[in-house]
Design a protein around this ligand. Sequence first.
Ligand SMILES: [Zn+2]
Length: 73
Amino acid sequence: MTTELKHHWQPAERQRHAIAGPLPGGRQHGEGETLDTLCGRRVVAAESNELNWLWPTCDDCMEVAKERVGAKT
Ligand SMILES: [Zn+2]
């Protein structure tokens, strides 16, 4: 069993997108940081706050994320 993160989630552009790999240094992304998402978009990270985490999950990222962790849909 591995605890290594295959991806992590980040609020960006009014959705929560998944980003490949573990969080660099275990820290949060900063607001305004440009990130490549699992759904193939390039988004600008939003501030990681309680409100932004309530944004809907990006469906495309969720599909890719499920595949990456080997989940059967
Ligand atoms: Zn996405």
